[in-house]
Ligand binder design. Sequence first.
Ligand SMILES: [Zn+2]
Length: 129
Amino acid sequence: MKCRLCNRFFNLEDSFSFLFRFPEICPDCTENFKPNLKTEVIPINGGVINYHYLYEKNLSFLQKTYLERHNKIFFKMMQKAENSDETVILIDDGLLHDLKNWAQLIFSLGDVTIYSLQYHDLSYVNFLD
Ligand SMILES: [Zn+2]
């Protein structure tokens, strides 16, 4: 079997459990790419940004594409906070690219929750002014 994250071939001991389901990622990647929810709190005018992310390390495009399945963690958190009037933003590389342009518009609304798969240093955006 070829791991979908590191592209290396791997073998697992034969087992009846693999008759109907083949593992897509190797044991090393299973361990190294466990989602680990972390939160950073950033003060802004009139509130805070709760920034949640799952991976601190840089991910390749291939890894991001595969690991996006863990975004369901964020969707469950959104469901729990369904009735709050927080602004929720799920950022990806495209949205991050022009974050400086729209940040001032959004962050004047109050508390904001940002989700992203991979950690991005948001300190370059001046949220206080
Ligand atoms: Zn692997």
